[in-house]
Write a protein that binds this ligand. Structure first.
Ligand SMILES: C[S@@+](CC[C@H](N)C(=O)[O-])C[C@H]1O[C@@H](n2cnc3c(N)ncnc32)[C@H](O)[C@@H]1O
Length: 251
């Protein structure tokens, strides 16, 4: 990535499997203002300019999701717990990724009450907020830095008769919840989790719960060292290399 005046420019050459996939790729990336140019039958060049001011600190100057073949093959509309959820390829949250499944499992074991306030950071398609809503929690603030993800989350909410106002576009480093969370869920890339840990913890009420997902086993020791100064680790669940924590804020 080269710095160009006040912008960053990203160029990616990506392989696609067949002409049909190429067309889907182009259709799904264009709403994100990415320029997608076919350069051969099976390769495309994706170009984007990013405002320096808007970048997320750290490694993720650009939030970038690499799709595995399995994710690529997921349908764009999935059924999650009886809800019909649209999830185009560039929006994370079809419910089957281990980081999401671990959050789901841990959330299912939490005693949610209708009076609780829940904050969902990096909501993607909205999947985890929808599951909390189904358990009776209606006071939810869910954010994502990606405007297209929020557009999809709102559409999903409307399609399933769920309040769409809970979803807003925001960078977690520039945002504050309206009230302290009884439960906070954050399934985020590891470098963001590490940088944002103190900030996320401060959004949680004393004795409130945090579900943190998105890190792999390589990072657990580093993250646990951060966690234990202000939280108790209640659960640590793992699928493959992915680890998810349930924490209680103590100070
Ligand atoms: C791993 S996905 C999780 C999606 C969904 N919550 C799930 O569990 O399936 C992480 C999401 O965090 C969002 N994100 C990344 N950086 C962010 C930031 N600084 N502020 C808010 N959202 C961010 C991404 O756009 C992406 O949708």
């Amino acid at each position: 990535m080269d710095e160009y005046q006040t912008y960053y420019q990203l160029c990616v050459v990506s392989c696609v499997k067949e002409k049909r996939d190429l067309e889907i790729y182009i259709q799904s990336l264009e709403p994100l203002s990415l320029t997608v140019m076919p350069i051969s039958v099976d390769r495309i060049l994706i170009q984007a300019l990013f405002f320096e001011e808007k970048r997320t600190p750290g490694l993720t100057d650009v939030s970038w999701t690499v799709l595995t073949e399995e994710m690529w093959n997921e349908p764009d509309v999935v059924l999650i717990n009886g809800l019909v959820v649209q999830c185009p390829k560039t929006v994370f949250g079809h419910g089957k990724h281990p980081t999401t499944q671990l959050c789901q499992e841990i959330l299912a074991g939490v005693s949610l009450e209708p009076t609780m306030h829940l904050v969902d950071v990096g909501t993607g398609s909205g999947v985890l907020s929808f599951l909390a809503w189904q358990s009776g929690v209606t006071s939810i603030e869910a954010i994502d830095i990606d405007p297209f993800a929020i557009e999809i989350a709102r559409q999903n909410a409307r399609d399933n008769a769920i309040a769409e106002e809970m979803f807003s576009v925001a960078d977690l480093f520039d945002w504050q919840p309206q009230r302290k969370a009884d439960v906070l869920i954050a399934n985020l890339p590891i470098d963001i989790l590490e940088k944002a840990f103190d900030r996320l913890r401060d959004w949680v009420a004393l004795d409130g719960l945090m579900i943190l997902s998105g890190l792999t086993t390589t990072w657990t020791a580093k993250l646990e060292a951060l966690m234990i100064s202000s939280a108790t680790i209640l659960k640590k669940e793992q699928v493959d290399e992915w680890v998810c924590y349930l924490l209680r804020r103590t100070v």
